[in-house]
Write a new protein. Structure first.
Lengths: 249, 245
């Protein structure tokens, strides 16, 4: 093992030990009696909730990337109505609480459209909300590609579609990666709000579990771990991708 | 080749880059050099001649054919030319080889194997054979500029347009690139070159267009321009440039 990575490992363990001690001291100070045995019986519920959260998050990620890309194209469009519409959608989605969007979207819009399945509606609404943020991340990345690259693309004879496909998007993807990963992590955590339209995802399952087993906090520690199990590898994978795309300088 | 512009204007916002520029070369100019002080309109005129920029008004005529203004036709016309810029402008996410192959395959309908063969042939000719797999950031400035020239030459362009191709290079690399351009000119390639390298222009160019503040001050055979320039501005420019070389 080379020196920098062994030093890194040392510091990781040292910090982990200090933080663990801090947590232990804090918890010890409040004299809370942990009752792990009573929630163990609800483990299958917990796992079911975890898979529901994963499924919704994956679905919403796909929706958010499509929505984000479409809104980015719309915002960059020279067609005035399309530009205004996309800008308006982005501002409304980003500027209002997800809770309100879920309630209005499910009880009013989806009902009017006769779509009853809360999983589908929830996934689409969450995807649209996160997509509005992605649209701005994508737009920033696309606009950061220099004018000289666009000119070079034109000079080799690319039309606008080819310029996007071969020059702008491949370069913009790398610049959009850090922001996009952050947004995906937020998306996974935001999926907990879907309980307001009756979806029993992980957080809702834990609430049910806590109340059925007459415990107050036991479910929340595994809950945090269950989220971290997904979000930490996601961040790690994104950093790996970023390194793979690192070609400038 | 014969190049001609008639009262061409081009603005960037409030800045008038070309202000009614008109000139005409003779019928058999092979290397046309655009000279003049910075901000005089050389780069803009080069882009207009190559069809990369459409002028707001006026007419551009290449070999007695007026350049089209309709976007589809303009793109078709543009695809017959090759461009090299001051800042190399290779695509940074692609290797030197891919930079050449991609336009050949996507724009000029070369099959992958033919595009590959053509790209390697040019890389070899420009001394970049061993570097074909490298991305632009791994190449020196001179190598990047030679790769950019290879990319521009690959589809066998009618016109090769070079916009100050050595301005960002140190003297050694400048020499490398100028050697390549001279070889191309001697090999019969039709070239339009915007440059500050006055002694190089003197060696390779057969026609000079001298621009100041977006207007053509002088357009004449190279020999005449360097021996007996008619405009006072051209005389001043030449004297200024030759003071230290």
């Amino acid at each position: 093992m080379n020196p920098p990575s062994s030093r890194r490992l040392f510091w990781s363990f040292a910090l982990l030990a200090v933080v663990s001690l801090g947590i232990y001291v804090t918890f010890a100070a409040v004299h809370y009696t942990w009752n792990w045995a009573s929630i163990w019986g609800y483990r299958s519920q917990f796992i079911w909730g975890w898979f529901t959260t994963l499924g919704i998050s994956l679905g919403a990620m796909v929706v958010s990337i499509i929505v984000g890309f479409a809104l980015m194209i719309g915002r960059r469009s020279s067609c005035m109505p399309l530009h205004l519409l996309s800008t308006g959608i982005v501002e409304v989605l980003r500027g209002s609480p997800l809770l309100v969007q879920l309630l209005l979207g499910y009880y009013i819009v989806a009902t009017a459209l006769h779509v009853g399945d809360p999983m589908i509606v929830g996934t689409v609404l969450l995807g649209c909300f996160e997509g509005a943020y992605l649209a701005e991340i994508f737009r920033g990345a696309v606009e950061s590609i220099s004018a000289s690259q666009r000119e070079a693309a034109r000079a080799v004879g690319f039309d606008s579609a080819q310029t996007y496909r071969f020059v702008i998007i491949p370069q913009a993807v790398r610049r959009a990666l850090p922001g996009t990963t952050g947004q995906m992590v937020s998306l996974i955590k935001d999926s907990s709000l879907l309980s307001v339209i009756g979806i029993e995802e992980l957080v809702q399952k834990v609430r049910i579990m806590n109340s059925s087993s007459y415990t107050a906090l036991e479910g929340y520690l595994p809950l945090a771990v269950a989220y971290l199990v997904v979000t930490i590898p996601l961040s790690w994978y994104a950093r790996k991708l970023e390194r793979r795309f690192a070609y400038e300088t | 080749m014969k190049l001609e512009t008639r009262e061409v204007t081009k603005r960037y916002g409030d800045f008038l880059a070309l202000d009614g520029a008109s000139f005409q070369t003779n019928n058999d100019s092979r290397v046309v050099a655009l000279l003049g002080p910075s901000g005089g309109g050389k780069s803009t005129l080069l882009r207009v001649l190559g069809g990369l920029l459409l002028p707001e008004s006026g007419e551009v005529v290449v070999n007695d054919q007026p350049l089209p203004n309709e976007p589809g036709e303009a793109l078709k016309n543009l695809r017959r030319n090759g461009f090299v810029f001051q800042g190399y402008n290779l695509f940074p996410h692609l290797s030197a080889l891919q930079n050449i192959v991609l336009p050949l395959a996507a724009v000029h309908d070369f099959s992958d194997s033919v595009a590959h063969e053509r790209a390697m042939e040019l890389l070899k000719r420009l001394g970049l054979e061993e570097h074909f797999h490298k991305r632009p950031a791994e190449l020196s400035g001179g190598q990047q500029q030679r790769a950019a020239i290879a990319r521009a030459l690959a589809p066998r362009p009618d016109l090769l347009l070079l916009d100050e191709p050595t301005s960002a290079l140190d003297p050694v690399m400048t020499g490398e690139v100028l050697d390549v351009i001279r070889e191309l000119a001697e090999g019969g390639q039709q070239i339009v070159l915007a440059t500050h390298e006055i002694s190089f222009a003197r060696k390779v160019a057969d026609w000079i267009v001298f621009l100041v503040k977006g207007r053509v001050e002088e357009s004449c055979a190279a020999e005449q321009f360097f021996e007996q320039p008619t405009s006072a501005l051209a005389r001043e420019y030449l004297a200024g440039l030759s003071r230290y070389r």
